[in-house]
Write a protein that binds this ligand. Structure first.
Ligand code: NAD
Ligand code: UDP
Length: 393
């Protein structure tokens, strides 16, 4: 591999990365990228490894003496960071720790608030502590949900100020974090993530921890979550991409929670991973920073997302779109008591642009086309078999 250089022209030295949560959606894409394009070694920590099996046990190659370019550079460590003393050793062996481990599906925030808070705050504490005590760099995954609701959402519905970006664009160093009341347990996740961000920031300020905090804004793509009843529990409720994919695969209408009026910006996982790689390889530009990572140009309401996914799926599957593609459902029915929602999420891109020169590239239609092609190829047959199978009596 030719010498690779960072954004300042300095050669990039191979490093060892302890990646916690490497078996998840983002982790699997990050592992792929690091194996395909860099000389770095990954100690992949997770309780599951299905999404990185193709890297851990790849079929032998015909060329290159049967070896893959990443042979020996990825090791899987099956451990639960809640209760495993091997974690500190792995962090000590590494130059950098990336923590992705979390409970991060909204259906859990109000129904399993204790697990959500423990996972996103308590379980992350030792990771921060080991990095700080051993002088190791940490890239910690937080969330855009730390912003909560926009200031604009509290203005009267007809206020012209709602159109003013000062009332809705989310800025790392200026926007407040606005959550609902405690009984709206939806915010347990956002609040736990906010507190771990504050703790990491304080470790940086008081003890010199070298950290970067990432706030993903709805990263989506292949391998996100699971399809209920196929590779996850039948009653499970994944994030919106997988919920809508599941409906499309089964030929059922897509469920719009509370009218599907909330707005989101979706970024393609492969664009977002480019940003993470820049953070990994440019510590001087990334340390001490909090970065929004999203695509402000890909904004839709959830209703528009459902309509676009319906059209894209008809194109990639060759099956006609449903006559009635969506149905309305209340949040109480869909998520249970204590659900609440972020109204709108537009990331400000100034800081990541200035520090890392990163910009998202892929338009929403294109990223849905490649993602739904993957969903169709991966699941359509299994769904047909599941539907055809008589229910056990
Ligand atoms: P994911 O659920 O696919 O991945 C998380 C992984 O962490 C899973 O493989 C899980 O098994 C593992 N994990 C959880 N608890 C663990 C434990 N105690 N020990 C070992 N492994 C454990 O989620 P993702 O989408 O890849 O998200 C990764 C991170 O990014 C999370 O911190 C999440 O809060 C954050 N995030 C993601 C998005 C997004 O758009 N995908 C948005 C906001 C925030
Ligand atoms: N949503 C929906 N139908 C579904 C799943 C989700 O209308 O089947 C809505 C949800 O209420 C939220 C948005 O889609 O407004 C995005 O949900 P997601 O689970 O992706 O997480 P979030 O962006 O809220 O973190």
């Amino acid at each position: 591999m030719a010498t690779r250089v960072d954004l300042d022209g300095n050669p990039i030295m191979p490093m060892t990365i302890c990646m916690i949560g490497a078996g998840g959606f983002i982790g699997s894409h990050l592992c792929e990228k690091l194996m395909a394009e860099t000389p770095h070694t990954v100690l992949a920590v997770d309780v599951y490894n299905d999404k990185i099996k193709h890297l851990l046990d790849p079929p032998p190659l015909e060329q290159h003496g049967g070896r893959h370019p990443w042979d020996g550079r990825i090791q899987f460590h099956r451990l639960n960071i809640k209760n495993d003393s091997r974690l500190e050793g792995l962090i000590k062996m590494s130059d950098l720790t990336i923590n992705l481990a979390a409970i991060c599906t909204p259906a859990d925030y109000n129904t399993r608030p204790l697990d959500t808070i423990y996972s996103n705050f308590i379980d992350a504490l030792p990771v921060v502590k080991y990095c700080s005590e051993n002088g190791k760099r940490l890239i910690h995954f937080s969330t855009c949900e730390v912003y909560g609701k926009t200031i604009g959402s509290f203005l009267p519905k007809d206020s012209p100020l709602r159109q003013d970006p000062n009332f809705y664009v989310l800025k790392e160093d200026a926007s407040p974090c606005i959550f609902g009341p405690i009984e709206k347990q939806r915010w347990s996740y956002a609040c736990a993530k906010q507190l771990i961000e504050r703790l990491i920031y304080a470790e940086g300020a008081e003890n010199g921890l070298e950290f970067t905090i990432v706030r993903p804004f709805n990263w989506i793509g292949p391998r996100m979550d699971f399809i209920p009843g196929i590779d996850g529990p039948s009653e499970g409720v994944p994030r919106v991409l997988a919920c809508f994919s599941n409906n499309l695969l089964r030929g059922e209408p897509l469920k719009l929670v509370d009218g599907g009026q909330s707005q989101r910006t979706f970024v393609y996982i492969k664009d977002a991973i480019e940003a993470v790689l820049l953070m990994i390889e440019n510590p001087n530009r990334a340390n001490g920073q909090i970065f929004n990572v999203g695509n402000p140009n890909n904004e839709v309401t959830v209703r528009q997302l459902a309509e676009m996914m319906t059209q894209v799926y008809a194109k990639v599957s060759g099956e006609p779109a449903l006559v009635q593609p969506t149905i309305d459902v209340s949040s109480k029915e869909f998520y249970g008591e204590g659900y609440d929602d972020s109204d709108k999420r537009i990331p400000d891109m100034t800081i990541i642009n200035k520090q890392l020169g990163w910009n998202p590239k892929t338009p929403l239609w294109d990223l849905l086309e490649s993602t739904l092609t993957y969903q169709h190829r991966t699941y359509a047959e299994a769904i047909k078999r599941a539907i055809a199978k008589p229910v056990a009596s």
